[in-house]
Design a protein around this ligand. Structure first.
Ligand code: URP
Ligand code: ZN
Ligand code: ZN
Length: 460
């Protein structure tokens, strides 16, 4: 196995920052020291750069059938984008089709990933059909390497589950060391508001936001939290967008419940004003829950800084503006829901978070790398630069600048959420398990070299 010595860099973990050399032996970190003089097959000079753990994006939808189409990044193009952005691991949602066993659904997702993967990946199981058979199968998910489930409280008639399913699934999950995740929005109320808007002739993308008010999210968040207490099961609320929902989470945490929350890059940086852009432009920003207000953006920065929210992910679910988003040209409810971002997360949150002094660089690592690993059964194998960990290391140049654009990004999508934004602070080299997979703009990973991660049961 080849050895690589990264010299003269500064390591940034969630709890410490220090200058050190790092020796990689094969796929793992074998030594960290102030001046390692050992010979190595490859020597990389990281002078002036930071070494941060490879990013972990725990919320993605690659090649997912949704809204009458399929998300445009597969496990090759999505992974390529991720690697360029400094992300070396992600967890994708495997969606159970109605009537299907979890084993069968997982086989479908493994087939999508196996020979395309370039970074490491795991799966959450999104439950759409909890019946006698799947209730029996649920505790066996950890033996398939899957230790988290997801339940949708919205998307009525498609993915939404009722409260009974929510409670029963959480209860079994809690007993089995499986973390329950929820998409928290009141799908029934939204369904009514959407029908009323359409009946009144309101069809533009702006109505996506207007028919999914923040109270729908706050109500469902509070309900899911109460349910997790009743079920005695830890809960992780995905893609939280607004102050009123975060208040519910804070209350649950104050009550001593094991409840955790995530937000996504776009909720800090886009708002209803983007949905209101002229023409059909707003369709680029249609995702659920919807992007909110400047006030909510500030509330989210505060919540990540004070630890109420534990994770930043992307909810990467890309649909091309031409040929996919336009399915909803005459009816906003037919616009496929989702936005791209797997490539942009680390540098957008560095630039807008660390550089603008909303969070420290250690906090940024905690939110993007360490907490995702801890909450999803990957720590300390991933999410930290420590002896014995996988050598997932990103060299970060705080002086490098670029203008974000779909013309230069690597994701398979015809627009970028952050088009035209000038940023400072970028990854220059990405190591995944000791392999240099991005080297100053060159992609070196082979399709199929990414590995499925069997995750540990979560003890929260
Ligand atoms: O709009 C979104 N978020 N699309 C992906 C599915 C989901 O709700 O996470
Ligand atoms: Zn969702
Ligand atoms: Zn999602």
């Amino acid at each position: 196995m080849a050895t690589t010595l990264i010299k003269n860099g500064t390591i940034v973990n969630s709890g410490e920052t220090y200058k050190a050399d790092v020796l990689i032996d094969g796929e793992r970190i074998s030594r960290i020291g102030s001046t390692l003089s050992r010979k190595a097959d490859n020597v990389v000079d990281a002078r002036g750069q930071y070494l941060v753990p490879g990013g972990i994006d725990v919320h993605t939808h690659l090649a997912m059938p949704f809204g009458g189409t399929v998300s445009s990044d597969d496990f090759y193009t999505g992974h390529k984008g991720a690697a360029f952005g400094g992300t070396t691991t992600h967890i994708d949602f495997c969606i159970q089709s109605k009537g299907e066993s979890f084993e069968k659904s997982l086989k479908t997702w493994h087939d999508k990933a196996d020979d395309k993967a370039c970074i490491d990946y795991g799966f959450h199981m999104a439950i759409t059909d909890l019946n006698a058979k799947t209730m029996e199968e649920l505790p066996k998910l950890p033996s398939m390497g899957v230790t988290s489930i997801k339940l949708f409280m919205a998307y009525k008639g498609v993915l939404q589950v009722d409260d009974d399913t929510l409670f029963q699934a959480m209860r079994i999950a809690g007993k089995s060391g499986i973390l329950s995740m929820v998409h928290a929005e009141n799908g029934d109320v939204i369904d009514t508001l959407v029908s009323e808007a359409l009946e009144a002739g309101n069809t533009s993308p702006a109505w996506h936001g207007r028919t999914r008010p923040h109270l729908c999210e706050a109500e469902a968040t509070g309900r899911a939290i109460a349910m997790s207490g009743l079920a005695d099961a830890p809960l992780y609320v995905v893609h939280m967008t607004c102050e009123s929902a975060v208040d519910q989470l804070r209350l649950g945490q104050k009550q001593g419940l094991k409840v955790y929350g995530e937000t996504c890059t776009q909720y800090f940086m886009t708002s209803q004003a983007d949905l209101e852009r002229p023409g059909f432009e707003g369709a680029k920003y249609v995702c659920s829950p919807p992007i909110r207000t400047k006030h909510d953006q500030e509330a989210l920065w505060k919540a990540v800084a004070d630890g109420t929210l534990a994770v930043i992910s992307t909810d990467h679910c890309p649909f091309n503006f031409k040929g996919q988003k336009d399915l909803g040209k005459d009816d906003f409810s037919k616009i496929p829901n989702g936005m791209p971002g797997i490539e942009d997360r680390m540098y957008m949150t560095y630039d807008r978070g660390v550089r603008k002094e909303k969070i420290s660089m250690n906090k940024w690592v905690e939110l993007n790398c360490t907490n995702p690993a801890k909450l999803f059964g990957l720590y300390p194998r991933k999410g930290t630069i420590t002896v014995g960990s996988d050598a997932d290391i990103v060299l970060w140049d705080t002086k490098a600048t670029k203008t974000v654009s779909a013309k230069t990004h690597h994701m398979n999508i015809d627009y970028n959420t952050y088009e035209g934004k000038r940023i400072r602070g970028l990854p220059t080299k990405t190591f995944r398990r000791g392999h240099l997979i991005v080297d100053d703009g060159e992609f070196l990973a082979e399709a199929g070299s990414g590995r499925f991660l069997r995750r540990e049961r979560v003890k929260l």
